[in-house]
Write a protein that binds this ligand. Sequence first.
Ligand code: SF4
Ligand code: SF4
Length: 269
Amino acid sequence: MIEIRFHGRGGQGAVTASRVLAIAAFLEGHHSQSIPMYGTERRGAPVTAFVRIGEKSRMVRSLVHEPDYVVILDPLLRNTVNVTEGLKPGATIIINSAAPPQEIEFMQQYKVATVDATKVALETIGRPITNTAILGAFAKATGEVKLESLIEAVKKEMSGRMADTNIKAVEKAYNSTIVGENKVVKELKKVAAAPANSRADWRTFRPVVDPAKCTGCQICWTYCPEHSINMVDKKSTIDYIYCKGCGVCAEECPTKAIAMVMESEKKEG
Ligand code: SF4
Ligand code: SF4
């Protein structure tokens, strides 16, 4: 299941964006929910909307508190609204901005994608209504829905010239979105994906097995206090989710097949 939070202002179409996205996901065979949350209902006031996409059995009926994605229709909202509240580590922010992702302050903690949705909207719709443009950016940055599905969803939600111009906005934004990602985010994502009882972040060093030296004697398997060694094809294999990096295996290995390597020196992956 994925959860998305939209931040916009009254008149920018955040609620419509959430509905179009939910329809697009539905057209792809998923279950989806679009949940609007209105504050003071007036033009320019902050508006929040949510989308949940996933299997029917895992759907809950609540507001989204820990989103996987945040979509910001108005860049100035981040001055007054806590747009990263509850956002999962390494999550993605899609923001309407003419600046590249590396100039967005969230870049150190999150994956950031930017699109000048206001410019796209003015060029296609003729008004600064950024909702469909930002959806094009969402599709490009996340791959959670296909561009074609979004276009079909716009056709279901709108008609005539309005549909035509909004489809152009979706396509133009899709093609002009810049997606940035940094190394810190990749690491945060790995930690976020790990189970709650993972020992991965305890380690300073990690054991690395040289299969050519491993005789399959199982001594390391016997001594490992976390039961995080498996024998695969008679070779020692480390489960890095549960390995705490104590080094007992390396000390006990009679053939010195296990080396303790600094976590920061390991290859990514
Ligand atoms: S103790 Fe060394 S040789 Fe024996 S299984 Fe473990 S890694 Fe292989
Ligand atoms: S470093 Fe410690 S926890 Fe990790 S595999 Fe070796 S013995 Fe087990």
